[in-house]
Design a protein around this ligand. Structure first.
Ligand SMILES: [Zn+2]
Length: 156
């Protein structure tokens, strides 16, 4: 079971992105730090979207630039800081992944060019009172999908 922490500064970025996107989906790439056994913290994420957002956003120029910047800042310490997965919003329905979401994530984790041993999908929405709600799922190259634990750190 993988646990993913979302620090309060990242929560703030997410709330702003979700507010800006309104009823449109938004999403991006997650970069994480390995903080313990099966335990990761989101350190940076890219925000794309508004309008028609395709859940497969990797490969866009801004995401790649953000990844490059993140690796530079983290000293190219890939065992500690690395690509963690993807996130997107479900502004007006459940934060559980759709069939398309599952297929997109399995495409990523089985893509030899990505070379990931697992990828995480985080889905967020703004609940009542503008509070962040979310779900976390982990995908393995053998096709396994497991619900994971999402932890919102500290007060927003
Ligand atoms: Zn989705």
């Amino acid at each position: 079971m993988i646990t993913v922490n979302v620090p309060s500064d990242v929560q703030h970025t997410l709330v702003t992105a979700l507010q800006d996107a309104g009823t449109n989906e938004c999403g991006g790439v997650l970069m994480g730090e390995h903080v313990g056994h099966n335990h990761f913290a989101v350190r940076h994420l890219t925000v794309q979207g508004g309008g028609r957002f395709a859940s497969f956003v990797r490969g866009t120029r801004s995401a790649l630039r953000a990844l490059g910047q993140f690796f530079k800042q983290s000293g190219h310490d890939y065992t500690r800081f690395n690509y963690l997965g993807e996130w997107h919003s479900h502004p007006s329905f459940s934060v559980q992944p759709s069939g398309t979401d599952h297929r997109s994530m399995l495409d990523i984790v089985t893509n030899p060019k990505v070379g990931a041993t697992f990828v995480v999908l985080l889905i967020f929405k703004l609940g009542r009172n503008g509070r962040l709600e979310g779900s976390a799922h982990t995908y393995l190259p053998d096709g396994t999908v497991t619900a994971s634990t999402l932890v919102f750190e500290g007060p927003l």
